[in-house]
Design a protein. Structure first.
Length: 89
């Protein structure tokens, strides 16, 4: 969405169903003052991409990691009803 002229409003045009491939929780975040979530897209090809996410605490300790496989689809509406994509690949 960073490169779409509509900005975040483009989420009304596009849907991003995802599948979590792996989730590794290393430490309980309870009681942390703040948590940074860092995400990075690895590759984009034919409307599919994988994304890696990390959660870090205020001391830069890794709390959790997650890897997603995502699909980018155009939203459609039929007869005034919102299109609700199903999470499937």
């Amino acid at each position: 969405m960073n490169y779409d002229p509509q900005g975040l409003k483009a989420t009304e045009t596009w849907a991003f169903p995802t599948v979590s491939l792996s989730l590794d929780i290393r430490e309980d975040p309870t009681g942390k003052e703040w948590i940074l979530v860092r995400s990075k897209m690895r590759s984009l090809r034919d409307g599919r991409f994988d994304m890696e996410m990390q959660m870090l605490d205020e001391n830069n300790n890794l709390l959790a990691t997650c890897r997603h496989s995502c699909v980018m689809l155009a939203r459609r509406s039929s007869q005034g009803h919102e299109f609700s994509p199903k999470a499937s690949l």
